[in-house]
Design a protein around this ligand. Structure first.
Ligand code: ADP
Ligand code: RBF
Ligand code: MG
Length: 383
């Protein structure tokens, strides 16, 4: 038996799913950063975001303790918690679902797969946060907050209690978690654990997880014996369309054109929130160039692991042969679907081969009515 087959046959099939909330289903990180910025400025300090990894997955008290210590604040952890709590409560209505969260909950609900929500946040905060998302509360047969067990994650208590209330054996539970404490808790509970790290470039730390994926869009439920998603079409996942545009700027000058894959770079200035909202990966859609027309397009968003970029960039390859460059021209993109997560490659040849495969997938998919209708989107032609 090959190693891969052995690994597959060792995968335990599950019957229910236990989900974490913040960073897994909800995009809480931005809100946390904003609130800390406000509160720390009252102490004359500046939140720089670099400590985010120290608070992800912690209980509110532990996270507060870490900040109080790191910034040497002249207050107790309890005082800090009481100051920050109302600031958070004010923001709960602004927290967006992470890409793929609604899709996952709907799918599991439709297929009658029992779901539990297990979060280090207090029960009351969980209820408040999910109340802003239609259909979420009724998706969960069990909800457990950090204040309902003796010890929060990384202790397994919360997950074991969830399994008990679902009347499931721990080995029949799949945990989906973004944080390291959450993954530790899931493994300590002897459950299967899929990690979806919420912080970029941290995936190498999640060795304890049974699988590490980049976003919920990459979840393959059939791996765990659960009903597979049925929305993939010819290697593509339809998305709610989103829009980005601007003048074409100089990119990294790596000579991608020589490789046959020129990418018309857009400035990321003014789009950082939009880019942060979308997981890195390969997407496709339509590209409008002000004086030239509308063309098929496939693009990568992210850090290009092969080149280890420091900034999240957007790199659209227009699937058309142009006789000249078009730097400075207005480029409008409508992104309609997802193909895969970014990968690293052992050689430049294998990276190029994969990008060409992406191009073929996009080329074909964009003929489907589902995607071709966006070719006429007025956004692509107005400038
Ligand atoms: P840079 O590093 O400056 O982005 P590239 O080698 O990626 O350089 O080339 C990108 C440039 O090539 C684009 O800005 C555009 O002017 C031109 N170009 C020509 N054909 C295409 C195409 N099919 N898709 C994208 N850009 C193209
Ligand atoms: N770079 C990577 O490091 N990993 C990838 O998986 C990857 N996929 C890409 C897919 C497409 C469709 C395109 C256009 C680019 C991709 N790139 C990827 C980015 C590539 O490294 C980069 O665009 C060029 O080499 C210019 O920097
Ligand atoms: Mg480029």
């Amino acid at each position: 038996m090959t190693e891969k087959m052995a690994a597959t046959s060792l995968t335990k099939f599950v019957r229910c799913v236990i989900l974490d909330l913040d960073g897994t289903l909800l995009n809480t990180d931005g809100i946390v950063g904003n609130v800390l910025k406000v509160l720390l400025s009252r102490y004359g300090k500046q939140w720089d975001g670099r400590e985010t990894h120290k608070i992800v997955g912690k209980t509110p008290f532990e996270a507060a303790a870490a900040v109080v210590e790191d910034y040497q604040l002249p207050c107790s952890t309890i005082e800090f918690v009481s100051q920050i709590s109302p600031l958070f409560s004010d923001q709960w209505c602004n927290i967006k679902a992470l890409p793929g969260a609604n899709r996952l909950l709907k799918h599991l609900k439709n297929h009658g797969v029992p779901m539990a929500l297990a979060s280090n946040s207090p029960r009351e905060s969980i209820e408040a946060k999910i109340s802003y998302h239609d259909g979420w509360k009724s998706s969960f047969s069990v909800i457990i907050g950090g204040d309902e067990v003796r010890t929060g994650k990384p202790s397994p208590d919360m997950f074991l209690e969830a399994a008990k209330r679902l009347s499931m054996e721990p080995s029949s539970c799949l945990v989906i978690e973004d944080s390291l404490p959450g993954v530790t808790a899931g493994k300590a509970a002897e459950m299967q654990v899929v990690a979806v790290p919420s912080l970029p470039k941290h995936s190498h730390l999640y060795t304890a997880a049974d699988e590490v994926i980049n976003s919920l869009l990459d979840l393959r439920l059939e791996k765990w014996g659960l009903p597979p998603f049925e929305d993939w079409v010819d290697g593509t996942l339809p998305l709610d369309p989103w829009y980005i545009g601007g003048p074409v700027i100089k990119g990294f000058g790596r000579g991608s054109k020589v490789l046959g894959i020129p990418t018309a770079n857009l400035s990321t200035k003014g789009y950082s929130d939009l880019l942060a909202e979308h997981p890195s990966g390969v997407y496709f859609g339509w590209a409008g160039l002000s004086s030239r027309g509308v063309f098929k397009m496939v693009m990568s968003i992210g850090w290009n692991p092969y080149f280890d970029n420091k900034e999240k960039t957007i790199e659209p390859w227009l699937l058309h042969k142009f006789d000249e460059d078009f730097y400075g021209e207005e480029l409008r993109l409508v992104i309609v679907g997802y193909i895969r997560s970014e990968a690293n490659f052992p050689s430049l040849e294998s990276l190029i081969a994969k990008i060409h495969e992406d191009g073929e997938i996009a080329e074909k998919a964009l003929e489907l009515p589902l995607y071709s209708s966006y070719k006429n989107d007025p956004y692509l032609r107005s400038s």
